[in-house]
Design a protein around this ligand. Structure first.
Ligand SMILES: Cc1cc2nc3c(=O)[nH]c(=O)nc-3n(C[C@H](O)[C@H](O)[C@H](O)COP(=O)(O)OP(=O)(O)OC[C@H]3O[C@@H](n4cnc5c(N)ncnc54)[C@H](O)[C@@H]3O)c2cc1C
Length: 581
């Protein structure tokens, strides 16, 4: 089978090679943080011809970048704030992601905006969404997304019979983009590695190497082995999102970036609980609520409240869940109850501090700062505009390099799996016949891996038992679990069940039935013996139990205490432990 373009695998052995390279050679750029922004910086720098390293303290995308609403959008809210520039910028990105950079990972998604008032609302919202479309069309790249439509009450109910008739006067239908956020980051990391970046997860930066005032690299710890590392780099880029304050504290002095941390919670509900063929977006007293189609589920979110707890373990409380249910139930004919909730997840927004006390009114724009020579900080922004954040950060890096560097070219660099995706999608029936899999399976693989689906199919060719569905999570093939460890840098069960796949939020038992078989499938590539397999399974079970219990807690503090009773399998070091020097 032909090798797909951009197919650099991430495995236990590539991690060891990367760590040796990072410790042994000075790189031009070292990126700290493997969320969407850090991964984007690594790709931007690598594709400008720079030598690049990337270290991530946990799993790639384990922070905010796997806990978003998973929308690639212009942000209707910014339009309401008349921030046209921001909307236009984000819509340009949406077009690039849908059409050029990652058509396999970013897909159009239809939405309804139900109207609940009289004529003025239709005119007001209609003009807003019309402007949104017009901004998109004016970019000349919107061919994939149809324009918006005004719907009567009857038209709205035809698209979404599950809406409460008495709650709406009509609706506006429009399109936006949707992304598998965790897989997108992983694909960015793989693409950066393909262009030469040395990448390693579970490596935490604990301090800086200094030459006088200048930052000359980082002190880090390989959290898997406990080994201390000195990684030298001409420029360090910090892309640690909500952990930016901790990094600023390592530099000393007053931080140059003020961030506030806001928690956003989402519920996952089975598809059959809401009868609709499009997502739904509602205005709430403080922000908006999305009901978003997600495979065989809906994702409902989000909240927006200050979070002062452990940044590695944001936890949803009972109050968060009740709030989301009550907001959704305003327009649903059959109200949702706690029993309808398959799973819950919480994430933290890295918001630039502004003048307002309400976090939902703070800007989502980003900032790039250069507090001391050799260190660039990038923070804020949103998922949709990560590429611009990365470009701006690398532009700042280039100023500090004694090296002629071309401008960013990531608007023309398709991610791994994009190349050849369309042709394979068109040939999916043939692929189904040759592989013996149902065409729906092939579509599922193509939408997750793009043309790299061939690598998953090659595993099945070599071992047909891998072509069977995973027991307890039969949307996924056993080959996908093996591939997560052999090619996608997964190192622990949570990496596989929560981020390479979404079994942790898509199955009613949150992966408990699937976990033992998953462990057996990854044990080979991860060199686990039976003792480690048992420990990993036990830990995953304990984490699920703690998370479920925390969702019953009445307050953030209680929820955090319950969830935090089971730390990450490889916990980040904190405070004095992190060895601030
Ligand atoms: C609830 C919610 C919904 C959202 N929905 C959307 C949406 O629909 N669309 C959209 O465009 N945006 C959305 N966003 C915003 C978007 O998700 C974030 O802006 C984006 O994911 C932030 O990415 P990041 O790389 O800056 O941070 P992160 O993803 O948090 O990455 C930072 C990484 O740094 C690592 N790190 C921290 N300290 C260290 C250290 N010392 N050493 C090494 N590594 C370290 C962390 O482990 C982490 O993985 C949403 C955000 C939230 C919270």
């Amino acid at each position: 089978m032909a090798e797909a373009a951009g197919a650099v695998g991430l495995s236990a052995s590539t991690r060891s090679t990367a760590l040796a390279a990072l410790a042994g050679t000075e790189h031009q750029v070292l990126v700290v943080g493997g969320g969407v922004v850090g991964a984007g910086v690594a790709l931007d720098a690598a594709t400008r011809g720079l030598s690049v390293g990337l270290v991530e303290a946990r799993d790639f995308a384990a922070g905010t970048s796997s806990r978003s609403s998973k929308l690639i959008h212009g942000g209707l809210r910014y339009l309401q704030q008349l921030n046209i520039g921001l909307v236009r910028e984000a819509l340009t990105e949406r077009s690039l992601l849908l059409g050029v950079i990652a058509p396999h990972l970013v897909h159009p998604v239809p939405f309804l905006f139900p109207l609940t008032h009289h004529v003025w609302e239709r005119a007001y919202i209609g003009t807003g969404i019309g402007t949104y479309d017009a901004l998109g069309f004016s970019l000349g790249l919107e061919k994939g997304l149809p324009g918006h439509r005004q719907l009567s009450r009857r038209g709205a109910l035809r698209m979404a019979p599950g809406l409460k008739r008495s709650a709406i006067t009509g609706a506006i239908a429009f399109w936006d983009g949707q992304v598998d956020d965790a897989r997108y980051v992983l694909t960015l990391v793989r693409t950066a590695a393909h262009y030469g970046a040395q990448v390693a997860s579970r490596v935490q930066v604990t301090g800086f190497l200094r030459e006088g005032a200048r930052v000359a690299g980082v002190r880090a710890v390989d959290l898997e082995s406990g080994a201390e590392l000195h990684i030298r780099a001409q420029q360090v880029v910090n892309a640690t999102g909500v952990w930016t304050d901790e990094i600023q504290a390592m530099v000393g002095g007053r931080g140059t970036i003020n961030l506030r941390v806001s928690k956003g919670v989402h519920l996952v509900v089975p598809k059959d609980r809401i009868y609709a063929t499009a997502g739904i977006i509602l205005k709430t007293p403080v922000s908006v609520l999305f009901i978003i189609p997600w495979e065989r589920h809906w994702i409902i979110g989000t909240t927006d409240t200050e979070w002062a707890g452990n940044k590695a373990r944001p936890a949803a409380s009972s109050a968060d869940i009740d709030y989301l249910l009550s907001q959704a139930n305003r327009v649903l004919a059959t109200p949702l109850t706690r029993d309808d909730v398959t799973a819950v997840y919480a994430g933290l927004r890295p918001l630039l501090s502004g003048e307002s006390d309400l976090t939902s009114q703070l800007s989502r724009e980003h900032v790039v700062a250069n507090p001391v020579p050799g260190l660039v900080l990038v923070a804020g922004g949103k998922y949709t505009t990560y590429r611009l954040m990365a470009r701006d950060a690398v532009d700042a890096v280039v100023h500090g390099l004694d090296w002629r560097t071309p401008p960013s070219c990531t608007d023309r660099v398709p991610l791994a799996g994009a190349d050849g995706y369309l042709a394979l999608w068109n040939a999916r029936r043939r692929l189904a016949t040759s592989s013996g899999l149902h065409v729906a399976r092939i579509e599922h693989l193509l939408r997750r891996y793009g043309s790299l689906a061939r690598e998953v199919l090659a595993l099945i060719e070599g071992d047909p038992a891998l072509g069977r569905p995973l027991a307890g999570a039969d949307d996924y093939l056993r080959a996908e679990i093996r591939y997560a460890a052999s090619h996608e840098g997964a190192r622990h069960l949570d990496d596989v069940l929560a981020r390479r796949t979404h079994i942790a939020i898509e199955t009613p038992d949150r992966g408990l039935e699937a976990v033992a078989e998953a462990a057996a499938l990854v044990a080979g590539p991860l060199h686990w013996d039976s003792g480690q397999m048992a420990r990993e399974i036990e830990h995953y079970r304990a984490e699920v139990a703690a998370q479920r219990a925390s969702e019953q807690a009445g307050s953030d503090a209680d929820a955090e205490a319950i969830a935090g009773a089971v730390p990450d399998i490889v916990p980040m070091r904190t405070g004095a432990d992190a060895g601030r020097r």
